[in-house]
Ligand binder design. Structure first.
Ligand code: PAF
Length: 286
């Protein structure tokens, strides 16, 4: 497995692969790999001849109140894990190369997709994501890119941006990978203290509860929301960011849920760890 830091070297490597007739599958990450990341890398490997994983903790998607410096990092472990699933290249650029002095362009996707859910409590976050992902696409030049469905709004934003800017990259969504007890895998789970681990299950259990209620005929988003709110707040230390039933494509709230409705949740635990989860609730496949 090659480690590339230099932006030009990365593009030159990709061009060589393309000239040699190989396709490139890309998995953008911020590192601290868990089984969820590895599943994305395996899928990229099944779909493309070469797999590139970027490892870059992107400063522009962190808000002023969010601790960029404390974001978990373990390059040696990440390198081993990526090699174990057959990744060909880790692209690990330096922040000053990605954002050199004078860099002054931001990619923003319209408010319909970015103004609500995580976008409401993290202003500027999706502009940071869209900007870095478009830069990474331009540097790595992949044929396809795989993103986790846990970051459901991010995936919708990236699909929109890729189509609107004609970036020519096929965007693949990978289903959420969960721990045995249902907790959606996330790098942020590393912040959870032992007692908070149980509280973190409030999200996946709320999803299961919504599915049961929907199967029993409760399809009214407002009533479902009220019940789920009570349920989540019954776990000690939970603070709700949002509970929202939205259309899977437009991300707009719905009144009555149906098979295209996604329940999206964001919960803060003990004021420190913000976790998200989502899933279809009424006859969908997730
Ligand atoms: O999902 C992430 O880890 C990040 O938002 C991404 C897509 C790598 C952009 O920095």
């Amino acid at each position: 497995m090659k480690i590339i830091q230099d932006l030009q070297e990365m593009t030159a490597w990709s061009k060589e692969q393309t000239v040699a007739g190989k396709t490139i599958g890309f998995v953008p990450t911020m590192g601290c790999f868990h089984e969820g990341h590895l599943a994305l890398m395996r899928q990229a490997g099944e779909l493309a001849g070469q797999v590139v994983v970027s490892l870059f903790v992107n400063p522009t998607q962190f808000g002023p109140q969010e601790d960029l410096a404390a974001y978990p990092r373990d390059f040696a472990r990440d390198q081993e894990l990526a090699a174990s699933v057959g990744v060909d290249v880790i692209f690990a650029p330096e922040p000053e190369d990605m954002y050199p002095a004078g860099c002054n362009t931001t990619v923003t996707v319209g408010k319909e997709l970015t103004g609500q859910l995580c976008g409401a409590s993290r202003p500027g976050h999706f502009a940071g994501v869209a900007t870095v992902v478009s830069k990474l696409f331009n540097i790595v030049r992949p044929d396809l890119a795989v993103f986790g469905e846990k970051d459901f709004q991010q995936l919708a934003v990236i699909r929109r941006m890729t189509e609107d800017l004609n970036l020519g990259v096929e965007i693949i969504g990978h289903p959420i990978i969960r721990e045995q007890d249902g907790l959606a895998m996330s790098s942020r789970n590393a912040y959870l203290q032992e007692a908070e681990r149980e509280t973190a299950l409030s999200l996946s259990r709320a999803l299961a509860m919504a599915r049961t209620m929907a199967a029993d005929g409760e399809l009214h988003a407002e009533s479902l929301t009220a019940t789920l709110q009570k349920f989540i707040l019954s776990f000690s230390g939970t603070e709700l960011d949002y509970i929202s039933f939205v259309d899977q494509a437009s991300l707009q709230p719905v009144v009555e849920i149906d098979k295209d409705t996604v329940l999206a949740l964001a919960v803060k635990i003990n004021g420190r760890v913000r976790l998200i989860d989502n899933g279809f609730v009424a006859g969908g496949e997730k």
